[in-house]
Design a protein around this ligand. Structure first.
Ligand SMILES: *Cc1c(COP(=O)(O)O)cnc(C)c1O
Length: 476
């Protein structure tokens, strides 16, 4: 077999890219955060190329890594209300920032509870990001997911405070929480944490680089007394390519606890500030370039267009009969659910709606219903993240949202919502589903979400794993 030429390799990649959802242009309202500025994409690509061969493992050998990280931490500290003592890291994304915040909190808990056989806990509203559950799973903690009001998407701080005890290692608030875009009562939660001498993490992964310029947001950042750490993703509303997030600590001892160092092995002395060892500096350089180019002024301008687009979309949604927003979102994330106050013939199922809107050219994100520990159910919803490019497609998007609802109004909700778990015989085969999806490039997300709602969560999680393993498996 002859080797393919570079051109042939790139042509094959271009063919693979045909399988991707569009990353630009505002047609996908999750996953991607398009500033609409082509110049930024080019700048990020050029910066990444410059450091392609750099190993960010060792900032003493590759000094540019230390300098870029320091610039990004300084920028984030200044826009996120940090003081001169605020320190932190650049990580690969929100999940890694949260993993390290949880690690630091666990180390502190262990130090303060020597010999304890209790399992340390994260206490968080049930809307806190899945990354906290993942961190707990990796690091040997448990999560107390405190029920939120299904209608508002958040909770009075007192309800969370009831759960703080000796086993609590970390208290969490989101600014805002991903599912519904609602801001938790950060000041009250942080005050309760500090009264018990507990660390309080604000998850501003999605809000961190848009809420600082959002009108009317209540205080939620490091300037709030009692907040000890914050995560903010550069690869979301920082408009950097994927692979960059910032984690900041107000307490230098907590910050130290995120490091890993080892001197007793026969190789090079190891000191890792984050989870990985050898790693690319490309996403760091790309994020650094974008942030340096935009500066606070650039972010203020981009946020102004997001504010405007969000107001327009909310206006459209207000007029769609059969749907309503969940809670009072602060920022550019919205979740839409069925208006339960209407007779069935006038209701719109949010997942059927998402499917109808997709047929009209816009990809929204379905979210399953969740029954919480207190028996209340957060209704199934459909999520929209508004970005600067949304302004360019507003009229078309508005029509798709409105007409999509007309398409499905009065249709009964998908299968699992009312009927409970399907019998084992009715379960789809995840491997067959994966192969079909890989062949056709299409996946019936509403059916997947209905399945998730209908099954016990261990079982649905297992099905997802089987599905993805098959979807990404080597081809026969
Ligand atoms: C996106 C997000 C995360 C996780 O971040 P990744 O970058 O996807 O790992 C955590 N919390 C919130 C609120 C988020 O929106």
């Amino acid at each position: 077999m002859t080797q393919p030429t570079p051109d042939q390799v790139l042509a094959q990649l271009a063919a693979y890219r045909e399988h991707d959802a569009p990353t630009h242009g505002g047609r996908v309202l999750s996953y991607v955060y398009d500033s609409g500025l082509a110049e930024l994409d080019e700048l990020a690509g050029a910066a990444a190329a410059q450091v392609q061969a750099v190993n960010a493992l060792d900032p003493t050998t590759f000094g540019s890594v230390a300098l870029m990280q320091a610039d990004l931490v300084t920028f984030a500290r200044d826009v996120l209300g940090g003081g001169p003592g605020t320190v932190g890291a650049v990580t690969s994304g929100g999940t890694e920032s949260i993993l390290l915040a949880v690690l630091a909190a666990r180390e502190r808990w262990r130090e303060r509870h020597p010999g304890s056989r209790a399992t340390p806990r994260i206490v968080a509203p049930s809307t806190a990001h899945a990354a906290f559950h993942k961190a707990a799973h990796y690091l040997g903690l448990e999560v107390t997911a405190v029920p939120v009001d299904p209608a508002s998407g958040t909770l009075p701080a007192a309800r969370l405070v009831e759960h703080l005890d000796d086993a609590t290692a970390l208290v969490v608030a989101s600014a805002p929480a991903y599912p519904h875009g609602v801001l938790d009562p950060v000041a009250e939660i942080a005050a309760a944490a500090t009264a018990r001498d507990l660390p309080c993490h604000v998850d501003a992964c999605v809000g961190g680089f848009v809420l600082p310029w959002w009108p009317g947001a209540e205080a939620w950042d490091l300037s709030v007394p009692g907040v000890t750490s914050i995560s903010a993703d550069l690869h979301k509303f920082g408009y950097a390519p994927k692979g960059a997030s910032v984690l900041l600590f107000t307490d230098p001892d907590l910050d130290r606890a995120r490091y890993y160092a080892l001197t007793d092995w026969p190789g090079y002395p190891v000191v890792n500030p984050t989870a990985l060892g050898s790693r690319s500096a490309m996403s760091l350089a790309a994020a650094w370039a974008v942030v340096t180019r935009l500066g606070p002024q650039g972010y203020a301008g981009l946020t102004a267009s997001v504010v405007e687009a969000t107001a327009s979309v909310r206006q459209v949604l207000d007029r769609v009969r059969g749907l309503r927003l969940v809670g009072e979102p602060v920022g550019p994330l919205l979740a839409v659910t069925t208006d339960p106050g209407l007779p069935e013939a006038e209701r719109v199922d949010p997942h059927a709606w998402a499917t109808a809107v997709a047929r009209r050219g816009f990809v929204l994100q379905g979210q399953p219903a969740l029954t919480q520990a207190d028996g209340t159910t957060i209704p199934r919803s459909t999520h929209l993240t508004i970005t600067p490019v949304t302004t360019r497609v507003l009229a078309e998007l508005g029509r798709a949202l409105t007409d999509g609802a007309d398409d499905v109004r009065g249709r009964p909700p998908g299968p699992a919502a009312a009927e409970g778990p399907p019998g084992a015989g009715a379960l789809p085969d995840p491997v067959a589903l994966a192969h079909a999806a890989r062949e056709s490039g299409e996946l019936d997300l509403a059916a997947v979400l209905a399945l998730i709602e209908g099954l016990p969560r261990e079982q649905s999680a297992g099905l997802l794993v089987d599905f993805l393993a098959a979807f990404t498996a080597p081809r026969a």
